[in-house]
Design a protein around this ligand. Structure first.
Ligand SMILES: [Zn+2]
Ligand SMILES: [Zn+2]
Length: 53
């Protein structure tokens, strides 16, 4: 099962440092910082946990 980084689209091997973001995307550890700038789970809008009114 090959996993790919959401940011750079590179394959993420078993030995690679990887981060599962709050939004559910899998990223390289170094790519996670850049992804955080446009991550839709880390901000005012939370699409998880915002169901309850
Ligand atoms: Zn990456
Ligand atoms: Zn994210």
């Amino acid at each position: 099962m090959e996993r790919r980084c959401t940011l750079c689209r590179g394959s993420i091997d078993a030995g690679t440092e990887r981060v599962l973001c709050q939004c559910g995307r899998l990223l390289h550890e170094r790519c996670a910082a850049a992804h955080a700038e446009w991550c839709d789970a880390d901000g005012t809008e939370r699409w998880l946990g915002a169901v309850e009114l």
